[in-house]
Design a protein around this ligand. Structure first.
Ligand code: SAH
Length: 355
């Protein structure tokens, strides 16, 4: 059979795999064995799945193939961060960033090629939306990077903070989260996964009912609608008040908190008044605040505030008893930091334009 008629087994929901095997008259536990081979032993060839009958292996091979996105390029930062460029099957490219730390190794993964939200401080936003990643391409970034890394460097945490708006690619992202956290598939703890969103309120409402208790991060980035409208156009549809009201009823497990990300832009959202308003806005929401000093890129005029202003912003929020962290910029020398991901498609265009 032509490969085009086969289906990539990576990313297939458990229930669908079980249903297909049931149609073939195969017991459900066989589906679990297949998942175990794929996600725990990282076996990609059906003839290596030795606890399955020859007959079933043949049948699987006539129906499915196993394929991860291909790593086209790795770029190494001075601080240990590695940026991976992936070739997807349809010819587009996305990036993931691996960041080692003392106790954890975090992979920042992409969910879309480009992004339609056009936040003014984000390089990915300048691309517009070029496409959505499939479930296989989302979890495949994790699998492909882990396959490449030595054992001591294996990924411990995943953040959905790469290219794209995860909740704008809703179904594939939810299916990816389900496979990641399933004890029968990838077995990653909910606590080690963070989904970050610019605040698509209708999708957050829907997500409340998915029973996917991963960490939720909200890119707030401003304390007044006038400012947020300007830097995050999605705010015109879902203003700050509406977003925060939706979060007040978010089904958090005890001891868990919502993370608020706040990109600090000099002269735009970094005043003492902003710090005060932020403390008021988040009142009553179990929260943790990550301050991210702006990471620059050639096409942007924004600047990060001076260190003293960043520390003063943090200090005020600490005095109001918030947990506030200043996020270290990782991989800035390789355009691997927050808001700097754009893959080659963009760079090529910009080269053409400027030459
Ligand atoms: N679309 C999702 C996930 C991708 S952005 C979201 O908005 O949450 C991940 C984080 O990077 C967001 O919090 C965003 O505010 C931040 N970010 C984007 N561009 C940045 C830049 N140039 N400097 C610092 N942080 C940036």
């Amino acid at each position: 059979m032509e490969k085009s008629q086969l289906i990539n087994l990576i990313g297939i929901p458990e229930a669908r795999l079980k249903a297909t095997l049931a149609e073939w008259g195969i017991a459900p536990y066989r589906a679990l064995q297949v998942l175990n081979w794929i996600y725990n032993y990282q076996v990609e060839r059906f003839d290596e799945m030795t606890n399955l009958s020859k007959d079933l292996r043949g049948r699987l091979a006539r129906h499915y193939y196993v394929e991860l996105p291909k790593i086209a390029e790795q770029t190494f930062s001075k601080d240990g961060t590695i940026k991976y460029l992936f070739d997807l099957a349809n010819g587009s490219q996305v990036e993931s960033v691996w960041m080692p730390d003392k106790k954890r190794n975090t992979l920042c993964i992409s969910t879309q090629v480009g992004c339609r939200l056009a936040c003014s401080f984000c390089l990915t936003g300048t691309l517009g939306l070029k496409g959505n990643l499939s479930t296989a391409e989302i979890i495949g970034q994790y699998m492909a990077v882990n396959r490449e890394l030595p054992k001591v460097d294996q990924i411990t945490n995943i953040v959905f903070m790469g290219m794209g708006e995860p909740l704008d690619n809703y179904q594939p992202v939810c299916e990816a989260l389900r496979l990641m956290t399933s004890p029968r598939a990838m077995r990653i703890s909910n606590r080690r996964i963070t989904l970050s969103t610019a605040g698509l309120v209708d999708k957050i409402e829907q997500f409340k009912n998915e029973n996917l208790p991963v960490n939720l991060a909200i890119s707030l980035n401003a304390t007044e609608d006038s400012t947020r409208n300007e830097i995050m156009p999605i705010n015109k549809k879902y203003p700050i008040r509406v977003l925060l009201d939706c979060l007040r009823s978010y089904p958090l497990k005890p001891t868990r908190r919502i993370t608020f990300e706040y990109v600090l832009l000099k002269g735009i959202n970094d005043t003492p008044g902003d710090a005060k308003r932020l403390a008021k806005l988040l009142h009553g929401i179990p929260s943790k605040i990550n301050l991210i000093p702006f990471n620059g890129f050639a096409e942007s005029d924004y600047q990060a505030p001076a260190e003293a202003a960043i520390l003063a912003f943090q200090k005020y929020l600490l005095s109001k008893n918030y947990s506030v962290f200043i996020r270290k910029n990782r991989g800035t020398d390789i355009l691997g930091a927050c808001g700097q991901l754009a893959a080659r498609s963009f760079k090529e265009t910009s080269v053409t334009v400027s030459s």
